[in-house]
Design a protein around this ligand. Structure first.
Ligand SMILES: [Fe+2]
Ligand SMILES: [Fe+2]
Length: 440
């Protein structure tokens, strides 16, 4: 069987590339850590390589170019996919190494694998997962089985769905010589997506480019949202929240222009949920920074609230609803409609349990759609609403206007006119005025 040669020096990226290439396309992968090592491999094994996936630059080495030159010199016709920023002429490139969808698509094209081929592929009832992947997770999103040593046609339940398992269980199995555990074939994509998200979420900012970091945070926030649902506020979810809030706040602070930040979010095809959290954080920090009662603590508070306010929402459709009318007319299922209706209350409940959460943040989250109890949506904001809640509501509305137009030049006058039509009281208008100085 032919192998795909992966040239990548980051073990986490190697790990989820292998798993995804196998799961989606049935490819077996062999990995080397540099272009030089790839040439060694190709010198003796070029016949057995069907595709080369190579990071553009590895350290100081122009790994992709080294390989492409070698293939030309030896007249070897092996397709190449170059990963990471940096264009290589006439060669298929995937600029963002975390854009797995695109990578899989390009690999399929390179190997002439069609969607029909994939759907016709016979998959065994129990799908093997190399045991090392279980070191990257604390619980599995589906039941996990082990092959019976006496009767190999039997698979016995080893790990319960969504129950925490001990790392010693995995090290013990490895010592016993177990290579793979198994999941039901119907669960394989869920399992692989979850492990992939865990590995991506574990990448450090210094290991990836700024664009890749945007994709990583998007995935990580989605993962956190699912974890909150299954395990609630624990050490694990607290650490993951803090890490993501820090990155989103840093992104907001280092962006000198809103349009640049927006372009980056759009070009990396991030979810609406993440785009809206990131832009909201940028706008919120700007208003608090320029308001008379603003200070560093209040800026931290608005970032915290922006991060958590919609955290229980599961998809972009849910996130884009901002009135009872839109909710009623939406195509969401009844269960989803209930979730959207209650999302402010549910998010506030998580935040109330979050240790050292900025004071009053749970209350502001509960009220972020204008209802004191956190249920449903209202356009009428009571006189007793706190200044921070008002800032948040204005920032969220402004974010909605920005995301509605998405691309093209932003027209501040028009955007502010829209806001001033929405917020007519002087308390709110004073906050809207602060957006006059926001750098678009
Ligand atoms: Fe929101
Ligand atoms: Fe919301």
């Amino acid at each position: 069987m032919k192998l795909t040669l992966l040239v990548e020096n980051n073990p986490k990226i190697e790990s989820f590339y292998k798993l995804n290439l196998f799961t989606w396309l049935g490819l077996e992968t062999s990995c080397v850590k540099s272009g030089a090592l790839a040439l060694e491999h190709l010198t003796s094994h070029s016949d057995s390589v069907n595709l080369i996936i190579v990071r553009c630059r590895i350290g100081k080495e122009e790994a992709a170019q080294v390989i492409i030159d070698f293939l030309k010199l030896k007249s070897l016709e092996i397709p190449v996919i170059v990963i990471g920023p940096g264009e290589v002429p006439d060669v298929t490139c995937v600029a963002n190494s975390l854009d797995l969808k695109l990578l899989i698509k390009k690999a399929a094209v390179a190997l002439n694998i069609t969607a029909k081929d994939m759907s016709n592929k016979v998959v065994a009832d129990y799908f093997p997962i190399p045991i090392g992947y279980f070191n990257s997770i604390k619980r599995s999103v589906c039941s996990v089985y082990i092959q019976d040593t006496q009767m190999p046609q039997l698979y016995n339940l080893k790990i319960d769905k969504l129950k925490d398992f001990d790392a010693n269980l995995i090290s013990g199995l490895i010592q016993e010589g177990v290579n793979c555990l198994y999941v039901d074939k119907m669960d394989r994509l869920d399992f692989v997506n979850n492990v992939t998200s865990e590995l991506i979420s574990d990448l450090k900012a210094e290991e990836i480019s700024e664009d890749e970091l945007i994709t990583a945070v998007d995935k990580s926030v989605e993962l956190l949202s699912k974890k909150l649902l299954t395990i609630g506020i624990t050490e694990e979810t607290i650490a993951l929240s803090k890490k993501n809030i820090a990155i989103i706040t840093a992104n907001a602070r280092k962006s000198t222009k809103l349009s640049k930040l927006l372009d980056r979010l759009l070009s990396n095809k991030t979810s609406y949920l993440y785009k809206h959290t990131q832009i909201l954080t940028y706008v919120g920090i700007h208003i608090v920074h320029n308001i008379d009662w603003g200070n560093a603590d209040q800026e931290e508070k608005i970032s915290f609230i922006a991060f958590f306010h919609d955290i229980v929402l599961e998809n972009d459709l849910q996130c884009q609803i901002s009135s009872m009318n839109e909710l009623k007319k939406s195509k969401l299922s009844e269960a989803e409609k209930t979730l959207v209706e209650k999302h402010a209350q549910l998010a506030a409940e998580y935040v109330a349990k979050f240790p050292h959460a900025p004071m009053g943040s749970d209350q502001i989250i509960r009220q972020h759609h204008g209802q004191l109890h956190g249920l449903g949506f209202s356009d009428h904001y009571g006189a007793n609403i706190s200044p921070m809640a008002m800032v948040f509501i204005v920032a969220e509305e402004f974010t909605k206007i920005i995301l509605k137009q998405e691309s093209g030049k932003m027209n501040r006058e028009e955007m502010l006119r829209e806001l001033r039509e929405e917020f007519t009281t002087s308390r709110f208008l004073k906050i809207v005025d602060k957006l006059e100085t926001l750098i678009l």
